[in-house]
Design a protein around this ligand. Structure first.
Ligand SMILES: Nc1ncnc2c1ncn2[C@@H]1O[C@H](COP(=O)(O)OP(=O)(O)OP(=O)(O)O)[C@@H](O)[C@H]1O
Length: 232
């Protein structure tokens, strides 16, 4: 993101949610963003995901300047290049863990044979995030909060994204489970070479990030006290 400004309508005026924000995240890098409620963290992710267009500035995803793309091309870029893990697990209640990944394949119109071929890949991916055989056949209500978040992460990775955007992945988890999810995110970032942006309130979880930035009033800055960075 280069000098990105985003405003929302606010009565007669406009509220500046992002104020000339620049952020460059490399493949295989985990950047964490901390900041108080309302500081603009979710807005930053929405712009990075190309879900919102900025008023000013450029958003470049995997080398592609998204401002140049029409709506369809932008949707395609998002689908193919961007993985998103939301704050709340938004899994489909009637589908098993494995099917949560495959339904995306279905929606992409790839046909039944491709879906069958994708099953093995989905199962492997779930295993790699710590969900093995029997757990893969459970539905969301039969999974723990941590397991649901693992399914979300696997689903976000399934399309082989360049960019992984993660919004408060630990808000529904206790500290220990939260830590394990952040560890997992660090691990998948290396393994899948994603440029990962993780937004969190929780300063305790930042030890695994390569870089920590703080957000205040729509501006991004390195935090005054930098938590110990992970050895690479
Ligand atoms: N759709 C919207 N319309 C108008 N204002 C909005 C909209 N979405 C967010 N805002 C405002 O923009 C600012 C930034 O909001 P944002 O959700 O990005 O913050 P955040 O840091 O993610 O907060 P939280 O940690 O509470 O999720 C806030 O002042 C918020 O009230």
């Amino acid at each position: 993101m280069e000098s990105v400004t985003l405003t929302y309508p606010d009565g007669d005026r406009r509220l500046t949610a992002l104020d000339a924000v620049s952020l460059r995240v490399a493949a295989g890098e985990l950047a964490a963003i901390v900041g108080p409620s309302g500081s603009g963290k979710s807005s930053l992710l929405a712009v990075a995901a190309t879900l919102l267009r900025p008023d000013e500035g450029r958003v470049i995803v995997a080398g592609e300047d998204t401002a140049r793309l029409g709506a369809r091309a932008r949707t395609a870029l998002r689908r193919e290049r961007v993985g998103i893990v939301f704050q709340q697990s938004n899994l489909l209640p009637s589908l098993t863990a494995l099917e949560q990944l495959l339904v995306v394949e279905d929606l992409r119109g790839r046909g039944a044979r491709r879906v069958r071929a994708a099953r093995g890949r989905a199962a492997e991916l779930l295993e790699s995030v710590g969900l093995d055989g029997p757990v893969q056949r459970r539905r969301p209500h039969q999974l723990s909060g941590g397991e649901r978040q693992r399914v979300n992460i696997a689903r976000a990775l399934f399309g082989g994204p360049s960019v992984l955007l993660v919004d408060e992945p630990t808000s529904a988890l206790d500290h220990e489970r939260g830590e394990r999810i952040v560890e997992l995110l660090a691990e998948v970032t290396r393994r899948h070479r994603t440029a990962t942006v993780l937004v969190t309130h929780d300063h305790g979880l930042l030890g695994r990030a390569d870089r920590v930035l703080s957000m205040a009033d729509g501006r991004l800055a390195p935090p005054p006290h930098r938590p110990e960075a992970r050895e690479r």
